[in-house]
Design a protein. Structure first.
Length: 110
């Protein structure tokens, strides 16, 4: 009877161990998949981003709230003052404020 009980207990321990290992592996896989998806999304966003230092006035108009006049003002500011170093510097352009910059922050690259 004792060996039967011991074998049963051993079997139960092994069953728990393998089910826990499987669960842990699934959790790790889920985390890896989620991280990969996040990186892919960031890469797509960056790929579709407008390079504020290279974009033409026409390309800049694809940004939210940027029409012909603001796009031209951005190009002229860039030509006069050099490349933009950060998003905050965009607010120095006439007609471009904090709200406009924050609305387009993910679509702008340098």
């Amino acid at each position: 009877m004792t060996s039967s009980t011991t074998l049963t207990a051993l079997f139960m321990c092994l069953a728990c161990f393998f089910s826990t290992s499987s669960f842990a592996a699934d959790t790790v896989k889920s985390n890896v998949v989620a991280e990969t998806a996040k990186k892919s999304t960031q890469a797509v966003e960056q790929h579709n981003a407008i390079n504020i230092n290279k974009a033409s006035a026409e390309e800049l108009q694809s940004l939210k709230g940027i029409g012909q006049a603001k796009a031209q003002a951005i190009v002229e500011y860039r030509e006069k003052n050099g490349k933009f170093k950060d998003l905050q510097q965009l607010t120095m352009v006439k007609g471009v404020g904090e709200k406009l910059v924050s609305q387009n922050a993910k679509q702008i690259s340098f």
